[in-house]
Design a protein around this ligand. Structure first.
Ligand code: 5RP
Length: 296
């Protein structure tokens, strides 16, 4: 049971005083080695301190997801608009042109399909292969509260050991089971555990209430997970809420590639994340770009 964390009010999050980032622009990364910092600086834009990662790894457990049936046609044209692509090594090798210089963050855990218990994952990639593929990071699912919680936590810690050895950042992805409550109390618990165990950044979901306590109590950057497809304005509001609440960007999939105009949507998300655009203005941008794309 999550500590006596029921009341965020009794905790000392010091929201008025952001964590110092001495020596490097990213939270918690000041004492990392050069290669680790360089990979992070390619994934997160040093000018804004934020990232727009495009998540297209869904096939690793659910096959040809809607919008990802033909990644060569739907996703490759979007790569210029993202700061980093989150994908599997299979998709990278088979469909992403090697001349593409955007940083690649590789899904490194897997095992069960949607037909089985999802928390029963193992490490599904050798760190040597991530290095061979010139990856800028690896991602691993962590199922706090899930049936195979300990196994998934050990997947994270093993990858962190290898990542530290080779200068490869590890992104922990906080997975939410069907029956798990999605609130700030749960995400504070999950994100903090991932950071304590060595994750270099954490992907987690946005919650309307007290999201800033999730970011404040996590000593490494948080990137917002997208989740199921929402109307464009709602997705832009969520991204805006997350970065205003202290997230260092987003790692969004379906809310971009399942949009009616994915190229317009990713540019609207960028405007929210990097240029501080309000969601309503970003929606105007989305509509303008959507029309241009339709007529061009
Ligand atoms: C699940 C994942 C997914 O594989 C994917 O990255 C999710 O992206 P989105 O929810 O934005 O479609 O990490 O936790």
């Amino acid at each position: 049971m999550p500590e006596a964390d029921a009341s965020a009010k009794d905790k000392q999050y010091h929201l008025e005083r952001p964590q110092a980032t001495d020596g490097f622009f990213l939270k918690g990364a000041g004492s990392y080695d050069w290669g680790m910092k360089n990979r992070l600086a390619r994934t997160f834009d040093p000018r804004s301190g934020r990232t727009v990662m495009l998540a297209v790894d869904h096939g690793y457990f659910q096959g040809p997801t809607t919008g990802l049936e033909r990644i060569d046609l739907s996703i490759v044209p979007l790569i210029p608009y993202c700061d980093a692509l989150f994908c599997t090594r299979g998709i990278l090798r088979s469909l992403v042109p090697p001349a593409e210089t955007k940083p690649m963050v590789l899904r490194a855990s897997g095992g069960p399909s949607v037909l089985k218990e999802l928390s029963n994952e193992e490490i599904a990639m050798d760190m040597e292969d991530a290095l061979r593929l010139n990856a800028c990071g690896v991602g691993v699912q962590v199922f706090i509260g899930g049936e195979f919680e300990t196994r998934s936590v050990h997947n994270l810690t093993k990858l962190v050991d290898l990542g530290v050895r080779h200068g490869m950042p590890v992104m922990a992805v906080t997975a939410v089971g069907k029956d798990m409550k999605r609130d700030a109390q749960y995400f504070r618990l999950a994100c903090r555990i991932c950071a304590e165990l060595g994750a270099h950044y954490v992907k987690t979901y946005f919650v309307d209430e007290d999201f800033e306590t999730v970011t404040a109590s996590c000593p490494v950057p948080i990137v917002m997970a997208g989740g199921k497809k929402l109307p464009e304005l709602d997705a832009l509001r969520m991204a805006h809420g997350a970065v205003q609440g202290g997230a260092a960007g987003v790692d969004m999939g379906r809310n971009i590639f399942q949009s009616d105009a994915p190229a317009a949507m990713i540019q609207a998300v960028r405007a929210v994340v990097h240029d501080h655009l309000k969601p309503e203005h970003a929606l105007d941008l989305y509509r303008t770009l959507e029309q241009q794309l339709a007529s061009g």
